[in-house]
Write a new protein. Structure first.
Length: 298
């Protein structure tokens, strides 16, 4: 199967490990990703506060770039996925906005027929199009002995996610159970990480991050899996400052779900982008998996 691929800005720089692990995993699974030519930034959430027509037109441009050979667009980034999905729905539901956006696109010799492209998150593609049997068939390194907290964040499953329960999503949990991991109960799995709140109120931002880390620690998770660049950045980059602020001692690696999926599929960790995170994940993963293997052969 083949999909048009929209990596987004974060995956080119601070979340490059998400991009490389996505490409490695999809290749291993036999799924073809065709990156959009000349794609542009989705504007994240900020642009909508400035000019709705410009913001939606900028996003719609990426939908218009999907060629006739593709009818599905995969976006791993939560904000990118939400924006692309939201604008397509907006154009489907509002003829006047659809006309205005296409008028803007015409300036670049582009047009987009609302609803032509199905926007999907990477988790949905792997869970639905690959599925349990095929993943288990390709399993090389079972994740037995590894306790993981599956963190979805607030953007992928709502308001227009549709592929999972918006209040208590389970598809990432189920996927890693298929792979042998012990997925801990994580009541805050769809809570917000704070986004850019650190720029507005560190007190509030640090408390939001602390709650997420504390819940994972309370359930003795070895690491947190995420599928959002902003969530990974906040929980990883600010973990030290949260410790200083609250006098805590969290040392939880925060990794993208594609990285751990790649480990399970037998892909070399160097090819999955490990080592870019501030709280090192590789030593924890190796210790757990090697310890489990040693126990099994004893």
């Amino acid at each position: 199967m083949k999909y048009a691929y929209y990596p987004g800005c974060s995956l080119e720089v601070n979340s490059a490990s998400y991009d490389v692990s996505t490409r490695a995993v999809m290749e291993k699974l036999g799924l073809q990703l065709d990156e959009l030519d000349d794609w542009n930034c989705c504007g994240a959430t900020e642009y909508f506060t400035q000019d709705e027509l410009v913001a939606t037109s900028v996003i719609a441009r990426n939908l218009a770039l999907v060629d006739k050979d593709h009818d599905q667009l995969v976006a791993p980034c939560a904000a990118c996925y939400l924006n692309l999905k939201k604008v397509d729905k907006l154009m489907c539901d509002h003829a006047d906005m659809n006309a205005q956006i296409n008028q803007a696109l015409a300036a670049g010799n582009l047009k987009y027929k609302a609803g032509r492209v199905r926007v999907r998150h990477l988790l949905d593609v792997i869970y639905t199009d690959v599925g349990e049997a095929a993943l288990k068939a390709k399993l090389v390194q079972p994740l037995n002995g590894l306790r993981v907290a599956a963190y979805y964040g607030c953007q992928v499953v709502r308001p227009v996610g549709e592929f999972d329960n918006p209040e208590y999503p389970m598809k990432m949990d189920e996927m890693f159970q298929w792979l042998g991991a012990e997925v801990v109960d994580y009541p805050v799995k769809s809570h917000c990480c704070g986004g850019h709140m650190t720029q507005l109120s560190e007190d509030m931002a640090f408390e939001m991050i602390r709650r997420l880390l504390q819940s994972a620690a309370d359930y003795r998770a070895d690491l947190i899996l995420t599928m959002c660049p902003m969530c990974q950045l906040n929980l990883d980059a600010y973990q030290g400052r949260v410790n200083n602020y609250f006098n805590t001692n969290f040392r939880l690696p925060i990794v993208f779900f594609t990285q751990m999926l790649g480990v399970a599929l037998g892909i070399d960790m160097k090819k999955l982008g490990f080592g870019k995170e501030l709280v090192a994940a590789e030593p924890v993963i190796r210790a757990k998996l090697e310890g489990q293997a040693a126990g099994a052969t004893a």
